[in-house]
Design a protein around this ligand. Structure first.
Ligand SMILES: Cc1ncc(C[n+]2csc(CCOP(=O)(O)OP(=O)(O)O)c2C)c(N)n1
Ligand code: SF4
Length: 255
C-alpha cells in the first residue's frame, strides 16, 4: 500500500512562489496553512495581508483573503472578526508594516484584546521597497538608508515587539520564533497553532513573531542569512514565549 507522507496543504493554492530564493516568507505561509488544515477551519478563515513582499499572499492561501493598506491590517482584522465572530481571522504583516507605519494599530488591537491572530514577519528591513532601515534594524546594521550601519544616536533603538506587546493586559499569547532549522520550524508551528487555538477559545489577541530572512537585501546567500538570524538577530530578539494565556485558578489547583 502506498502511504502519502508529504503533500501540499489544502489551505495553500498551487501558485508558483514570487519570493526570492532563501526567503522564509514561504516557509511561514506553509506553517500557517498546515495549522489551518489541522484545525479544520479553512472554510471560515479570513486572512488580512499587508503591503510589502507578502502583498501577494492572497494568491497563496486557499481561504478568504483581503488586502489592507500599509499598517492597517489589525484594524481591518478587527472589523472582520467583530462582524463575523465565528470566523478565524489572521493578519500577516512585515516589520515595516507592523512596527513602523502600523504601530498604533497593532498596539491598540492588542490593548483592546481583539480576538485575532497576528503573524509578524521581522526581517529587520523594508524588503519590497529595497532594503531600507526599519524600526527593527539592528544597531550597526547596514541598510540602503543606513549605509554606514544604524547609528542609534540618530535613528534610535530597535523596537522589540513581543516584549512591548506582552506588557499589555489585552494580549493573551505572544511568541517569537524562527525558521532556521527543522527544530525551529517545528517550534514555530506549535506557536502558530497555539495562537489560533487561543482565538478559537475566545481568548483574545495573539501574535507570533518570526525572525525571517531577506538574503536579497541583506546581500547574503540563503545559508548566510539563516546563520545571521541565529547569531545576530536571535541575540537581540530572543526566541521564546513571552506571554501565555492565564490558566484559570480552579484549573491550576486541579479543580
Ligand atoms: C500607505 C503606504 N505607505 C507606504 C507604502 C510603500 N511600501 C510598500 S512595501 C513597503 C515596505 C514593507 O516592508 P515590510 O513591512 O518590512 O515588509 P517586507 O517587504 O520586508 O516583507 C513600503 C514602505 C505603501 N505601499 N503604502
Ligand atoms: S526582498 Fe527579501 S523579504 Fe522580499 S521576497 Fe525577497 S528575500 Fe523575501
Amino acid at each position: 500500500m502506498v502511504r502519502k507522507v508529504f503533500g501540499r496543504p489544502e489551505a495553500l493554492t498551487e501558485t508558483p512562489t514570487h519570493y526570492c530564493p532563501g526567503c522564509t516568507h514561504g516557509i511561514v505561509h506553509r506553517i500557517v496553512a498546515e495549522v489551518i488544515d489541522e484545525l479544520g477551519v479553512r472554510e471560515r478563515t479570513v486572512g488580512v495581508v499587508p503591503v510589502g513582499c507578502a502583498v501577494f499572499a492572497y494568491y497563496y492561501f486557499n481561504c478568504d483573503m483581503i488586502e489592507a493598506s500599509h499598517g492597517r491590517a489589525p484594524a481591518v482584522a478587527t472589523g472582520i472578526k467583530r462582524a463575523l465572530p465565528d470566523s478565524v481571522v489572521f493578519s500577516y504583516q512585515g516589520d515595516g508594516d507592523l512596527a513602523s507605519i502600523g504601530t498604533a494599530e497593532i498596539v491598540h488591537a492588542a490593548a483592546r484584546g481583539e480576538n485575532i491572530s497576528v503573524i509578524f514577519i521581522n526581517n529587520a528591513i523594508y524588503g519590497m521597497t529595497g532594503g531600507q532601515m526599519a524600526p527593527t534594524t539592528l544597531p550597526g546594521q547596514k541598510t540602503t538608508t543606513s549605509p554606514a550601519g544604524r547609528d542609534t544616536s540618530r535613528a534610535g533603538y530597535p523596537i522589540r515587539v513581543c516584549e512591548m506587546l506582552s506588557t499589555l493586559d489585552g494580549a493573551s499569547y505572544i511568541a517569537r520564533v524562527s525558521c532556521t532549522s527543522p527544530a525551529n520550524v517545528a517550534r514555530a508551528k506549535r506557536a502558530v497553532r497555539e495562537a489560533f487555538e487561543v482565538q478559537l477559545a475566545g481568548g483574545g489577541f495573539s501574535l507570533v513573531e518570526f525572525l525571517s530572512s531577506c538574503p536579497t537585501n541583506w546581500g547574503m546567500t540563503p545559508i548566510e542569512a539563516l546563520r545571521w538570524i541565529d547569531k545576530e538577530m536571535s541575540a537581540y530578539y530572543p526566541l521564546g514565549e513571552y506571554k501565555v494565556p492565564k490558566v484559570p485558578e480552579e484549573a491550576s489547583q486541579g479543580g
